[in-house]
Design a protein around this ligand. Structure first.
Ligand code: ADP
Length: 400
């Protein structure tokens, strides 16, 4: 079975063709500058096939982008399938499913209408995701398609976890609540953790730390998300590459008055100029921060400290929320690659049964137990694979 996974942005589109049963990747790539001049990248994962790197291809709309992907996949010389018939279904990443979607769904007109209704909750992302779906429907008529939502996994949170202590009508009338994001990643690594620990998901209390450019921590009890650090938007929770994470809303009034900023300018600062980049003045990239700190840059060290301290606080909070924890998972760019940050975050948690193993932690990018053999709480490194999770969900829906 082959599933095409599409992640459509407003002027870009990432794609992967993979087999969800074996996990084999056949090809991946990206269309950029859609509606501008069009750049196409194609990376076949089959021996002897040539790729293409940021080639000029006119793509006035997403439909031409999808058509370009299709032509490359079935190309007689460098394609990886003989015809479009070998694509069993398409899985689309959709950012926001609001309260309407608590799992992935097959796309029909009603689903599209409901995703449209969620646009006010994700005004930048959902319209682009919808454009990607409609373009695919045009180029691949009759091929089943599924929508896989970043928010869906978190719909199991209890109301005490998703409610903000605001006047009730803002929830009732305006749907202001915690939604949480990175759900596809948290769900994927939680599933892998159960396999690694040889347990059923229902038996496990997990804390999953997705630490990348955007970062979030999720408490997963019995296979279900029960709390997560991102909120109504992905700005909440941990300090990130350039996002502030949680802060006192009173700061907005203070700074906006003092510097005569409007709300869009203020939010731009919180989203794009804050986080570890804002604190360090160096970079949003943790490799640059570590290098700068090694050379004596104290602000880079402070930014790293703030980040690790906040992840540690969420781990403590979520262990309390679940009444214990069996395993802590590290994933995404920083979680998968940075032994130093993993050690900083998980050390000092011995009181709650976490004992790291420095040697086992000296690993990157592959599944590993990085806690000591006698650690009551296991610490796991699990590379995330959101595309595979989307393909697996899509395949399950199609098989039904
Ligand atoms: P995104 O949220 O864009 O998918 P990623 O999951 O790719 O982000 O994570 C990007 C982050 O991972 C960057 O901050 C980068 O510095 C960090 N990262 C990647 N490789 C390493 C590494 N070897 N050591 C430390 N951090 C790394």
């Amino acid at each position: 079975m082959n599933i095409l996974v599409i992640n459509a942005g407003s002027s870009s589109l990432k794609y992967q063709l993979l087999n969800p049963e074996t996990g084999d990747l056949l090809a991946k790539g990206l269309c950029e500058r859609i509606g501008i001049d069009g750049k196409f990248t194609y990376k076949p994962q089959v021996d002897g096939k040539a790729g293409r790197n940021a080639e000029d291809v006119p793509m006035p709309t997403h439909a031409e982008a999808i058509q370009t992907v299709m032509d490359a996949l079935v190309d007689p010389a460098n394609g990886v399938i003989a015809s479009m018939k070998e694509i069993d279904a398409v899985g689309h990443r959709v950012v926001h499913g609001g309260e309407a979607f608590h799992e992935s769904v097959l796309i029909n007109d009603e689903v599209l209408k409901t995703v449209e209704d969620c646009v006010p909750l994700a005004p930048l992302h959902n319209p682009a995701n919808l454009t990607g779906i409609r373009a695919c429907q045009k180029v691949m008529p009759g091929v089943p398609m599924a929508a896989v939502f970043d928010t869906a996994f978190h719909q199991t949170m209890p109301s005490k976890a998703y409610f903000y202590a605001l006047p009730y009508e803002y929830y009732e009338n305006d749907k202001v609540r915690r939604y949480g994001f990175h759900g596809t990643s948290h769900k994927y690594v939680a599933g892998r953790a159960a396999v690694m620990l040889n347990k059923k998901p229902e038996e496990l209390k997990l804390i999953s730390c997705h630490l990348g450019n955007g970062s979030s921590v999720t408490a997963i009890d019995g296979g279900k998300s029960v709390d997560t650090s991102m909120g109504f938007t992905p700005l909440a929770g941990l300090p990130m590459g350039t996002r502030s994470g949680d802060l006192d809303a009173g700061i907005l009034q203070y700074l906006m008055k003092k510097y005569n900023l409007n709300i869009d300018e203020m939010l731009n600062i919180l989203n794009k100029k804050s986080g570890v980049e804002g604190v360090s003045g160096v970079s949003s990239d943790f490799r640059d921060l570590s290098d700068a700190y090694d050379k004596g840059n104290q602000r880079a060290g402070l930014a790293l400290d703030i980040f690790c301290y906040n992840v540690k606080k969420f781990i403590g909070a979520y262990a309390a929320a679940m009444g214990g924890v069996d395993a802590i998972i590290f994933t995404a760019g920083i979680g998968e690659n940075s032994a130093k940050q993993r050690m900083d975050i998980a050390s000092g948690l011995e009181y709650m049964g976490v004992k790291m193993d420095a040697e086992a932690n000296n690993v990157r990018g592959k599944e590993a137990v990085i806690s000591a053999p006698d650690s009551r709480v296991k610490v796991l490194l699990i590379p995330t694979n959101e595309e595979l999770m989307i393909a697996m969900d899509t395949a399950n829906l199609v098989k039904k």
